[in-house]
Write a protein of this length. Structure first.
Length: 336
């Protein structure tokens, strides 16, 4: 009877725990993303703490501040050099867009399959759907600030929290868990290099193609697109917007060429480039990468897609350690 009561009590406790986790899923996802970022950024902070100015050596908290200052300086330089030309082009676009949209509609209506297509309404609908991405800018900025703060705390105090968590296990199990999580940490750290490689590939390809097309300010546009590629799902679309606006101020044909290039590249990136880069850096099969991105985006939106590949790497390491290699850790019983 006691066993049945304990099983029922455990099932109820587990159900309540899952319900609380579901209610707090957004906060838990933010904390989880901060933990992933802390793992990725800790090597950079450790490198900064190795600097010496005389006898003074910065501690980890100062290293976090230095890293934030460097990131802010890089973002400021980018805005300083890229924002002015894009602002000028945006003003030109505001003046010329009605004429450009009519020209585009006339050209498309000449095609047999587009006679009944309301091009201007489609353009307005597309622009409104893109602008809806920025409707919750305030909440996104607040979440970003909280993410930065949480990541900083995890970098500074994460090691002590991890030791406290491991202390609940027996020495043998704790050593095994630390070893497995160490391998997962190494693979997650390599994930950032995969992301940087994807950003570099997109930036270089955009620079070459936009340069051949004769798009104004193609270097700034390609740099912006490469940076935005760090954001899963909507990042490439955000990177496309300035290029499309600048191309539209030049000619309708260049706008169509930019949009066509974006569609072709996204198909190639989603089916070939991203899965293979992630497999080479995180050592996960392309199919697992695609499945992880789909599930992550469905469960957690942009943040879910952002941590999908690192989570897949963590799950694979844990499955390898505790499921596949389980027999290797079980000592055979001695025969009397």
């Amino acid at each position: 009877m006691r066993n049945h009561r304990s099983d029922i009590a455990f099932a109820l406790f587990l159900g309540v725990l899952l319900y609380i986790a579901w209610v707090l899923r957004h906060a838990l996802l933010l904390i989880y993303v901060a933990m992933i970022l802390a793992i990725v950024l800790t090597p950079a902070v450790d490198w900064l703490t190795q600097w010496h100015i005389g006898r003074w050596q910065p501690k980890r908290g100062v290293g976090v501040v230095l890293l934030l200052v460097l990131c802010a300086a890089g973002a400021t330089l980018f805005v300083f050099f890229a924002a002015p030309p894009l602002t000028v082009q945006a003003r030109v676009l505001a003046q010329q867009w009605p004429q450009r949209s009519r020209e585009l509609a006339e050209r498309l209506h000449a095609l047999p399959f587009a006679e009944k297509l309301d091009v201007q309404a489609t353009i307005r609908q597309s622009l409104s759907s893109v602008m809806s991405l920025f409707s919750n800018v305030g909440s996104a900025v607040a979440a970003l600030i909280m993410l930065v703060i949480l990541s900083a705390y995890f970098i500074v105090d994460g090691e002590r929290a991890f030791r406290w968590f491991v202390s609940f296990f027996s020495p043998g199990k704790a050593e095994r868990l630390v070893s497995a999580l160490g391998r997962a940490e190494h693979r997650i750290s390599r994930w950032i290099f995969g992301q940087l490689l994807l950003m570099l590939i997109l930036g270089v390809v955009d620079a070459v193609v936009y340069g051949i097309m004769g798009i104004n300010f193609f270097l700034a546009l390609s740099m912006f697109a490469g940076l935005m590629n760090f954001i899963p799902v909507v990042g490439p679309m955000i990177g496309l917007i300035p290029a499309a606006l600048v191309a539209a101020t030049q000619s309708t044909g260049k706008l169509i060429a930019v949009l066509a290039f974006y569609g072709i590249y996204q198909q190639l990136d989603n089916s070939y480039i991203t899965p293979r880069v992630m497999r080479a850096t995180v050592n996960i099969s392309p199919l697992a990468v695609v499945v992880a991105l789909i599930i992550g985006a469905e469960l957690g939106g942009i943040l879910g897609a952002f941590v999908a590949v690192p989570t897949a790497a963590l799950v694979e390491v844990l499955v390898q350690e505790y499921v596949i290699n389980h027999q290797a850790h079980v000592r055979p019983r001695s025969v009397a």
